[in-house]
Design a protein around this ligand. Sequence first.
Ligand code: SF4
Length: 344
Amino acid sequence: MPLGSTQLMFTKTEILTLLQGCDDDNLFKQAHAATLEQFSGQVFMRGIIEFSNQCRNDCHYCGLRTSNREVNRYRLNHQQILSAAESAQQQGMGTIVLQSGDDFRFRVQDIEQLIIEIKQQFNLAITLSLGDRSLAELNCWRAAGADRYLLKMETFNQALFHQCRPKKQFDQRLAKIKQLQDLGYQTGSGIIVNLPGMSLDMLADDIISLSQLQLDMLACGPFVAHPQTPYADEPNGNVLLSHRVSAILRLLNPGANIPATSALDALQQGAREQALLRGANVVMPSFTPEQIFADYNIYPGKNTSTAKLADRVSTIKSAISAIGLSPSSTRGDACRKNYVNNDR
Ligand code: SF4
């Protein structure tokens, strides 16, 4: 196994068998039952505020990469971010996710002040997704009241990681995940299913590595080819395979939060709701202001709706209710206490 020594409930061979679709009905049934047991049919609503699409990195799969000169770059100001947070609260979100590219123009005290004011004014849980920041910054934001931090690896295979994330350091990023946990953040990471060059064997290893970290949030979405990247001509990821991954992750990490990602819907209408019946328990509608909403174009199909914000949120809530689940306005913390003791 690639990381640690904790034993999981599936061997790698069993994971590979499940990834090949040998027992989909049973896998999805068990994953949904485990999700219901942990979260009682609640789907946690997170409002995501993509406050800057500036990024100094050059990840080959991402439309926001610094080499892409065709992006209309933006940064929201302090007041615009606060207004978006207020809107998220009014629309029944229990958490906001502050997300940006690796944009170091926002100083540590800028983010700190935002966290303090959002907590004071709106009492929302705050997830940060701001890239690989220094330990001092992470410490400061945690002290200011940030609850969670998401730092996606995209793959735990070192060679593949360096191939698709040329400006990133694998060991440093992995170590940062452990530092986040030590700082007391509810910590998340994630992978891209069918990243170009990823074999099924690597994907099985990624599932194991992700689960070994004992995370609170686990993200997996299919690769979506962006036309303004070096991976423009690569095939899109497989939606069904992505569903299998989230179902396996649910069974390996029963109490973790697993989002139904927007990348699923970008490839197949309705695939996001389907994921909520196959192990996922979180949805994250965007509260990025409508004028620049479409410019957070990580992949085609992201932030493309032309509907008004309130209508989009209402549509998502209706879709959740229609499949027999309940949209939840609570903070939606992970159920860490319920993690399976894998030692046996
Ligand atoms: S994946 Fe993140 S770090 Fe990489 S280019 Fe896109 S926004 Fe930047």
